[in-house]
Design a protein around this ligand. Structure first.
Ligand code: M6R
Length: 611
């Protein structure tokens, strides 16, 4: 949440910062600001609302210079307003700070600073940092930031500049992500790689408790006590085009349409044609550990948690290992039991979700082996885990998670086969068949994508577009599909939607069914198909609007449904990977027909780095 960009070099920093902020707008978009050190002064422009308003303001109030920091905000403390937007300043307005995170002891710090005579301008926690840096500033900004941070509790990634230092930017991190980018005679800071990908591929991932002094041609990293730290400079291999819309009206639609290739990438190098073996060496779990494993714990949030549910169903069915699935936000506060030989699998697209990170720390401290499923290379979840399966989905910019979900489910399918074979729970022949089924998924996804016009047309129908509420039902492997379909619709269209296990329908939600309620029923071919048809009949009997997701060739279901979306025939346990696609498209088209901004939905941010 919140995006930070900073620049020092020959270019006009405002252009670099604004380009970076646009790349990070998915992190927060209720206000923005830029501060520039130029001609011995600190100048600033701020605006409320999305970045396009800031672009306009900068057109009217041009700002330029070789050094600056910028911020796009997702409000935590203090309502979105110009005064609460970053950068924040010390009293004489000579030191500027941008911040992502939450300063937990800010009220205490604020009281103390006020007693010392400081006047605050905003209601934010961040402003305390600016005043603290000023308090400890005696001419050396690096020293002052390190000292200030010793007083601070909570999570932060910060960028700091001072009018006295036109050649220096200081950045620090604890709990919130921060990278430093290195160019030729220039340097960058950013919350995430896409912010600076246009300019450099050389990146340093700053770690917790570290502070970096950044000049055009050099940098120095220390911990907040002043001990030197050496960090590796990594080369990022993402293609810059990956962070552009490439002709699509929204990132979400681009990312939905990328899924055939995404799944190919998730499978690439891990399974081969005709083979019965899965290679996941980076998971860093030995065959002995896999065989000895007594329990698997999956933790995640939101969509990643739904992927975790697909993982649970697959692992228990085929590898016969008990799986506990927990919301990371619950796991961290419920004193979980971690028996010996427990493997934890955290799932996270961003790799920066605060609750997931805390769940990892708890499980590690209680002896679990942690192997995560993560999309963002070098992210905190990846680094804090013993091993990782990278999803290779490429940057996901749309706030609604789409391609990350299907690739997480695919990663679970790979892990399941590997685990089941290693433990002797699966014959080689079955592994071979399952791998062949996995390898067919990209073409099947492409078939759904090629037929998306039907879904688009259907989403224009007022009975869906103008619905107040919707119910999603699924059973077995597709119960998580119901949860995920409902989440997609509600988060981008603001239609209230609930996902339910279809078997639970008569235990409550059936009371909601009227002739105005769309009920999306996942009724693809498989063991629970007949049960789903019974649910559909019950909904029809109460005049509910049934929208079925069925397998190609099932013409009969049309008689019971107002509309049908088809997926190609597939191995039932992998059907959630296909079912997700029409449900994503449906949510997307309903939301755009309602005029919603699907890439930046109300109140949401892409990555939840605070509790
Ligand atoms: O980055 P993560 O996968 O850890 O994020 C988890 C959730 O915040 C995320 O999936 C969220 O639910 C999405 N907005 C759903 O579309």
């Amino acid at each position: 949440m919140c995006g930070i960009v900073g620049y020092i070099g020959e270019k006009n920093c405002v252009e670099v910062i604004m380009a970076g902020l646009h790349r990070l707008e998915y992190r927060g978009y209720d206000s923005a600001g830029v501060a520039v050190v130029t001609d011995g002064a600190l100048k600033c422009v701020k605006s409320v609302g999305k970045l396009k308003i800031m672009d306009k303001k900068l057109e009217d109030n041009p700002l330029s210079g070789p050094l600056g920091i910028g911020h796009t905000r997702w409000a935590t403390h203090g309502a979105p307003s110009e005064v609460n937007s970053h950068p924040h300043f010390d009293m004489p307005m000579e030191i500027a700070v941008v911040h992502n995170g939450i300063i937990e002891n800010y009220q205490e710090l604020r009281n103390e600073l006020q007693k010392e005579g400081v006047t605050f301008r905003s209601q934010t926690d961040t402003e305390t940092i600016a005043h603290l840096v000023r308090k400890y500033y005696t001419g050396d900004l690096f020293v002052a930031v390190k000292r200030a941070l010793q007083d601070v509790e909570g999570a932060y990634a910060i960028g700091v500049v001072c009018k006295d230092h036109p050649d220096l930017m200081v950045a620090a991190r604890h709990g919130s992500p921060l990278i430093v980018g290195l160019g030729e005679g220039e340097a960058f800071i950013g919350s995430d790689v896409p912010a600076i990908m246009k300019y450099t591929r050389k990146v340093i991932y700053i770690d917790n408790g570290q502070v970096c002094e950044i000049k055009r041609n050099s940098y120095k990293i220390e911990d907040i006590q002043g001990n030197p730290v050496q960090l590796e400079v990594k080369t990022v291999d993402w293609d810059d085009a990956a962070a552009e819309k490439e002709g699509y009206p929204h990132f979400m639609l681009k990312e939905i349409n990328q899924q055939a290739n995404v799944i190919r990438n998730t499978l690439r190098g891990r399974v081969h044609e005709g083979s019965e073996e899965v290679n996941l060496p980076d998971m860093n779990i030995s065959l002995e550990e896999l065989r000895a494993c007594q329990k698997i714990v999956i933790v995640a949030c939101g969509t990643a948690w739904h992927a975790g549910m697909v993982g649970k169903y697959l692992i228990e069915k085929f590898a016969k290992v008990p799986v506990e699935l927990d919301l990371a936000s619950e796991y961290r506060y419920r004193d979980p039991i971690v028996p010996p030989n427990t493997i934890m699998i955290p799932v996270s697209q961003s790799g920066e979700t605060a609750d997931t990170l805390e769940a990892i720390r708890i499980a590690k401290s209680r002896g679990a082996q942690v192997a995560s499923i993560v999309n963002t290379v070098g992210s905190s979840v990846a680094r804090e885990s013993h091993g990782v399966v990278y999803q290779h989905a490429g940057p996901e910019i749309g706030v609604a998670s789409t391609k990350a979900y299907t690739s997480q489910c695919t990663a679970f399918a790979l892990f399941t086969i590997w685990l089941a074979e290693t433990r002797g729970a699966m014959e080689k022949a079955q592994a071979k068949e399952m791998i062949a089924s996995l390898r067919e998924l990209p073409d099947k996804i492409q078939w759904i994508l090629d037929n998306q016009d039907d879904i688009k047309r259907c989403a224009e129908d007022p009975k869906y577009r103008d619905a107040q509420s919707a119910l999603y039902l699924g059973r077995g492997y597709n119960f998580p599909s119901a949860l995920e379909g409902a989440l997609k619709l509600k988060e981008i269209s603001y239609i209230h939607a609930e996902g339910y296990a279809a078997g639970e329908m008569k235990h409550g939600p059936i009371a909601l069914v009227t002739d105005e309620l769309p009920v999306v029923c996942v009724a693809t071919d498989g063991d629970v198909y007949d049960k789903m048809v019974s649910n559909i009949q019950e909904i029809r009997a109460r005049r509910g609007i049934v929208l079925s997701v069925a397998t190609v060739g099932n013409e009969g279901i049309k008689a019971h449904s107002a509309d049908v979306f088809y997926i190609p025939e597939c191995f039932e346990p992998f059907s959630p990977i296909l079912v997700a696609v029409p449900l994503q498209l449906f949510a997307y088209y309903v939301a755009t027909n309602r005029g919603c901004d699907v890439d930046q939905p109300r109140n949401l941010a892409k990555s939840v780095t605070v509790e």
